[in-house]
Design a protein around this ligand. Structure first.
Ligand code: BES
Ligand code: MN
Ligand code: ZN
Length: 489
């Protein structure tokens, strides 16, 4: 899977600057001091760069902002892009600078005079992440994006960390592609095939089909897919980069390839958005891809429940009672509360089979999480102060919003059913919390666990700092960092 933009790191050589085509990028910090690259450009431009830097317009820029000085006299370049960035930028500042360059690159090549600027690798990552565009289904728009050459003082060092950045970018793009893909293309079969293809990267990939799931007793999962012509599947991805025999960390994803609501049919307006209801499974897949690409020294399993929630003559009805793999029975009040039915069985199976040291599930689980947190933060629910704090810290470092919400027995009590061990909805109030309480009933007490409700962050209608409108890939970078910081070594 190629990156959307070609990026190279080379030793600093300022000779090509004067007759470079494309766009030349220079960095200037708050202090307005020019480094060697900027000095060269300033001289060629007959001090126009210095005049810009003395202006109010430059003073008003924040770190990571970029302005274009078009058609500079004395140069053949089409523009000089001035990035306001100090020598030691933060990771988010560096990525923001890269993302702004991606928006200005057009069809031109970039000559990036990074010199001794810190975090050139993260500038490159921001550039790659924002250059992403999901255009597979647009005919005749063969996009021609230029390439970027970074001139840096230590290109070998950069090339090494650029490989890690490439692994991260590829994981994020895999997640975004899966999440953006429409449901007639990304069927459960197609999704499973894309995951199986990751065996090339050294991942073990195992596909459980309906007969296997019946044998295992995964009736809550199967009840969700029984109205669809697409078969329900569970895909198990294992990355064994750690010590042999060490228990793995587990990731579990909701992979509803389309959520019509089932017999409790959703309203027509906006239903097309439910093509992203496999976003949790998409993140799990993206993280597994990144771990494999960077050959992480950790044991991690990623399991996804792939299923389509459709109404039909064979679909689950409200009032139906189904038995989970765990053995607990569930009264299905609303067939649109299907994500928790998928996760209940897949999480139980994960714990029974792998005895994980910790487990994080991701799901576009509730509309209520959008009411609570909007698009800025995913909801974090957990039985472990340590695991949730570790995750939130990793998310913060990656600029991915995550906010913990409470759980307690009083919320759990709202799931009481007349006819079964529990019902699948707890009423309108605290909808995201009662969903989390439902999931917790399928978590073993000694397993540190986090549920991430990503309904608000997985896909958004307007662009974000590092992504165009659509799937964001939220969570890939945070989970990759969590594993790197706590489960690798
Ligand atoms: N997939 C939806 C949640 C969702 C909503 C995801 C908006 C992304 C954006 C989920 O399966 C669902 O339908 N949840 C119901 C639960 C309710 C019936 C208890 C909801 O949120 O309305
Ligand atoms: Mn639903
Ligand atoms: Zn759903």
């Amino acid at each position: 899977m190629p990156l959307p933009i070609e990026i190279h790191f080379k030793d600093v050589d300022l000779d090509p600057v004067s007759d470079a085509g494309g766009k030349v990028v220079v960095f200037v910090g708050d202090d307005g001091r020019l480094d060697a690259g900027a000095r060269r450009v300033n001289r060629l431009m007959r001090k126009a760069l210095a005049r810009f830097i003395e202006s109010d317009a430059f003073a008003k820029l924040s770190p990571g902002d970029v302005r274009s000085l078009a058609y500079p006299a004395g140069m053949t370049a089409r523009a000089v892009l001035v990035v306001k960035l100090g020598k030691r930028p933060s990771v988010p500042e560096a990525r923001k600078a890269g993302a702004q360059l991606a928006k200005l690159i057009g069809e031109d090549d970039l000559l990036v005079l990074a010199g001794t600027i810190g975090r050139a690798d993260h500038i490159a990552l921001g550039l790659a992440l924002r250059a992403y565009d999901f255009d597979t289904h647009k005919t005749g728009v063969g996009k021609n994006i230029g390439k970027a050459v970074f001139m840096v003082s230590k290109p070998e060092e950069m090339a090494k960390s650029a490989k890690t950045m490439g692994a991260i970018a590829e994981g994020v793009f895999f997640t975004r592609d899966l999440t953006n893909e429409p449901a007639n293309v990304l069927t459960t079969d197609d999704f499973a095939a894309r995951l199986a293809a990751m065996q090339e990267l050294g991942l073990d990939v195992e596909i459980l089909d309906e007969p296997d799931l019946v044998k295992l007793g995964m009736r809550t999962l199967l009840s969700v897919g029984q109205g669809s012509d697409s078969p329900t599947k569970v895909v198990v991805m294992s990355w064994n980069g750690g010590k042999r025999g060490d228990a793995p960390f587990a990731l579990v994803g909701k992979g509803v390839v389309f959520d019509t609501g089932g017999i409790s049919l959703k309203q027509a307006a906006g239903m097309e958005a439910m093509t992203m209801d496999m976003g949790g499974a998409g993140v799990v897949a993206g993280v597994m891809r990144t771990l494999a690409l960077r050959k992480a020294k950790a044991n991690v399993v990623g399991l996804v429940g792939l299923v389509e929630n459709m109404p039909s003559g064979s679909a689950t009805r409200p009032g139906d009672v189904v038995k989970s793999m765990k053995g607990d029975t569930v009264e299905i009040i609303n067939t649109d509360a299907e994500g928790r039915l998928v996760l209940a069985d897949v999480m139980w199976y994960t714990q029974e089979r792998f005895k994980p040291v910790g487990m994080i599930n991701l799901a576009t689980l509730t509309g209520a999480i959008l009411v609570a947190l909007g698009h800025e933060n995913a909801g974090v629910f957990s039985n472990s102060d340590k695991l949730s704090a570790d995750f939130i810290k990793a998310a913060e470092a990656e600029g991915e919003g995550a906010w913990r919400l409470p759980m307690s027995p009083a919320y759990d009590a709202l799931l009481k059913s007349q006819t079964a061990d529990m019902k699948n909805v707890g009423g309108r109030n605290a909808g995201s919390i009662t969903a989390a309480q439902f999931l917790q009933r399928f978590v073993k007490e000694d397993v540190p666990w986090c549920h991430l409700d990503i309904a608000g962050v997985a896909s958004v209608k307007s662009e974000t700092a590092l992504a165009p409108a659509g799937a964001t890939g939220w969570g890939v970078m945070a989970l990759n960092r969590l594993i790197a910081d706590h489960y690798e070594g």
